[in-house]
Design a protein around this ligand. Structure first.
Ligand code: ATP
Ligand code: MG
Length: 477
């Protein structure tokens, strides 16, 4: 690969090289950009390491441009960032690091390029391209990262026990890169990873979830989860998911392994959507199966109520994992809670009211719920899978037909509380809510259609039975 011609293609490298020459400091393109260039992946973050002050270099680079280039300086870290259209340039002085065992915050000392590359996490991330006149465009690859890219291997530049113990987050990064790039983790590195897994406990939940979400957002996340599980990392931060693993047998009756089932559902959902939260719903849909598992000699294994219990577990898991406690959590919780409902609608004799209830409860998330349900079909018997999916198609069609007729997906009460209060001369009170609720129930049950005329008639009827009559002769009504 000719790195010099790549550098020549982009103005930014010329400017950085010029700035470095002006200051007389050695400068290199390093890390993820070099790796992604070799892998032909697009990359919008460029890291520059110089043997000197990254902040001074960044300022000098900004001077090279006629236009104003926004500069952020992080004095404590000795780094600076420039924003250039869609690129982010980060500048840092080469450093060597030493760590204390009780913290991942290193004490930083100025180092050489070699020392800087040594402290990086993986050989594929420890390459540099020179921007210096003497060897402009040359690849510096002291740990054979290029060859590991060809071999599709993740391994650490130094003893993996040292690398992981210095910064345990690197263990998650190993899995993340393996999952993103579809690489293997080298044997020794993987062994060190499972040996050091318990050290993850010094890493903040916020950093763990960033890596986990990156693993979830790859094309086929099951691979990353299998590595996390086999490397004993998953146990450290997601014990509920580990609990899903395993098969129990009684009287020759066994249930499926819910860990591998969940991973299959997750991969299936990934074929239908890139949405992180739908993927989380797949991860959590059966999370309460271990807690609700029972054996009954007549029917075998049951997991009654696992959808409700799973929905109740969702906020706790989100809170602990530092996932957002907002509408995204509510969305996942809703999908977990409702994930069995469309299956129940497969039977022919299902009433429209059951359809209306599901549309009402799922609202605009009904399409995602149907995706989750389709993904949940994981039988090895292809004929069965085909039949189930066809059944879901039928349910989807029925849902569309009912929605067209009754519009309950975004249910708005046809009569507002204010109107009810005005009509009967009521103050805000429980009875107003009761009347609204009964109207809604009547619509969902199909006793009346979802329109103001029928709703009004019905309201007058139920109000009468409650001893209420309309205030007809109010002076200004
Ligand atoms: P991506 O940007 O896709 O996350 P990246 O490799 O660029 O991948 P960054 O987190 O941007 O990852 O880090 C840039 C470079 O800094 C890495 O390529 C690696 O050389 C180094 N690096 C980052 N985090 C660590 C770490 N925890 N330990 C050692 N080196 C690291
Ligand atoms: Mg990066």
């Amino acid at each position: 690969m000719n790195f010099k011609s790549h550098l020549d293609e982009f103005e930014v490298f010329k400017k950085v090289a010029k700035a470095a020459a002006n200051l007389g400091i050695e400068t290199y393109v390093v890390g993820g950009y070099v790796r992604d260039l070799i892998l032909k992946r697009s990359c919008k973050d460029i890291d520059f390491t110089c043997v000197g002050s990254g902040i001074e270099l960044a300022k000098e680079v900004a001077n090279q441009y006629d236009i104003h280039v926004p500069l952020s300086v992080f004095k404590n870290f000795g780094t600076a960032m420039l924003k250039l259209e869609d690129l982010e340039l980060e500048f840092v002085g080469a450093r060597k690091e030493s760590y204390r065992s009780d913290s991942r915050n290193p004490t930083v000392e100025i180092g050489t390029l070699q020392e800087d590359l040594e402290r990086r996490d993986f050989t594929i991330n420890a390459m540099a391209i020179s921007l210096n006149a003497a060897n402009y465009g040359e690849l510096l690859d002291p740990f054979n990262g290029l060859s590991d890219i060809k071999k599709k291997l993740i391994l650490t530049p130094l003893d993996p026990n040292v690398t992981f113990s210095d910064d345990p987050l690197r263990m998650l990064r190993a899995v993340r890169f393996a999952a993103q790039l579809d690489f293997d983790i080298d044997g020794d590195t993987f062994h060190a990873l499972s040996e050091n897994a318990h050290r993850l406990n010094i890493i903040s939940g916020e950093r763990v979830i960033v890596e986990l979400n990156k693993i979830i957002q790859v094309k086929k996340p099951s691979y990353g989860f299998k590595l996390l599980f086999a490397g004993k990392l998953l146990q450290e931060f997601f014990p509920e998911m580990v609990e899903l693993q395993g098969v129990d047998s009684v009287d020759d009756k066994s249930h499926k392994d819910n860990f591998y089932h969940t991973l299959q559902v997750l991969d299936n959902v990934c074929l239908m959507s890139d949405d992180l939260w739908l993927r989380w719903a797949a991860i959590l849909h059966d999370i309460a199966k271990p807690a609700t598992k029972r054996f009954n000699s007549k029917v075998g294994w049951t997991f009654h109520g696992h959808e409700d219990k799973g929905a109740r577990m969702t906020p706790d898991i989100f809170r602990r994992m530092k996932l957002p406690m907002d509408e995204r959590m509510k969305y996942v919780q809703k999908l977990v809670k409702l994930h069995l409902r469309p299956i129940a609608l497969v039977k022919d004799e299902v009433t429209d009211s059951a359809m209306r209830r599901l549309l009402f409860e799922a609202g605009d998330d009904i399409d995602d719920l149907m995706k989750l349900c389709r993904a949940d079909v994981t039988s090895k018997n292809n004929r069965k899978v085909k039949r189930y999916l066809e059944n879901f198609d039928k349910v989807a069609q029925k849902l569309i037909a009912v929605e067209e007729k009754d519009q309950v997906r975004n249910f708005q009460p046809p009569i507002s509380g204010e109107e009810i209060m005005e009509i009967f001369g009521l103050e805000p009170s429980k009875i107003v809510g009761d009347i609204k609720e009964e109207i809604k129930e009547a619509i969902l049950e199909g006793k009346i259609h979802n329109n103001p005329v029928q709703a009004r008639e019905f309201m007058l009827e139920i109000a009468k039975s409650k001893g209420l009559s309309p205030v007809l002769d109010r002076p200004n009504s």
